[in-house]
Write a protein that binds this ligand. Sequence first.
Ligand SMILES: *Cc1c(COP(=O)(O)O)cnc(C)c1O
Length: 378
Amino acid sequence: MNKAKYPFLDLGLVNAVYADRIKEAVCRVIDSGRYIGGEENSTFERKMSELTEADCIVGTSNGLDALRLSIMALIISGRLHRGDKVMVAANTYIASILAITDAGLTPQLVDPDDDSMLLTGDIVRQNITADTKAIMPVHLYGRVAWDESMGLIAQERNLIVIEDAAQSIGAKAHVKGLFRSSRAGALGHIGAFSFYPTKNIGALGDAGAIATHDPELADICRALANYGSDRRYHNIYRGYNCRLDPMQAAILSVKLDYCANETQERFARAVAYENTISNPLIRKPSISRMPTDSVWHQYVIRCPRRDELQEFLARHGVQTDIHYAVPPHMQPCYSTLPHRPLPITEQIASEVLSLPITPACTSVKDASDIGRIINQFK
Ligand SMILES: *Cc1c(COP(=O)(O)O)cnc(C)c1O
């Protein structure tokens, strides 16, 4: 289907690598006669717990539901209240914001750090008000939005930390989280993962997971995802149906075994871009830190003439994508959402361009070739 010499992403190729093991897993589920919950889900949750170092994992239907249920569990357990403000960087994917408003909380949109494009502890400190009861670090593009100062202000001000770890499976922070893990998704009180097919570890459909060290929150999330039922025919909450499909759990259990390898391969492509791209019109993401500092969900460059660059690359056979061209506060559904001016967010939206980085579709040599093509852009 992809005619480009350097396709951005081909999900068929991504899963072809694991085809035999995926088919085996799917057949196992068919033969098991169990199509809701069960052992496949337990195996997946155990693997996620090992990967994130979170005590509890709850599989969910997708990443947005993982975020929604996480916030609702915080409300049910009395740790957040309707109307509380959740500080979040405004350049995130809209799902982060949808989860906050859906649960009846108010997003407090702030500009991210211009360099990392992430929320930082200093930004939290500069923008915190008496109404700010929670922060949502979004580990955008696979890079961990967590630093010492964020941990300190969270503790000082008793902030609830809800991580959007949809893009950052396997990433590790430099400094410890609030509890015992330093892994993305298990740094704060609760974290959400997505296994949307394009994510670093993608399902063959929709899937997500919640990570927490708090068994009470995990129990509430598990019940909410299952009609609000804590045991059979006993409904303590007005819940939902947001369970993880065991077919996807079985497929994800296969792919999770290769998560560290996937990250390493993505890092190698990021290094190739870093070493090749030298065009003064292009701003590259910083790469000086540890390989697991970012899991390189996207390799995002910035260029003031982004649209021209994208066309130039397309003419040279390089397919690219934009994450994200329109920030949530500029979407029609949030036209009435109050927010401060967000100049950095809006500039980011006009400048970002994602280059191909998926290992199954883009070799290290491809990345170097693409880097050289970028250097010809004037
Ligand atoms: C993908 C994504 C989500 C939503 O996950 P789904 O599984 O698609 O519902 C939320 N936040 C971010 C940052 C994402 O990239």
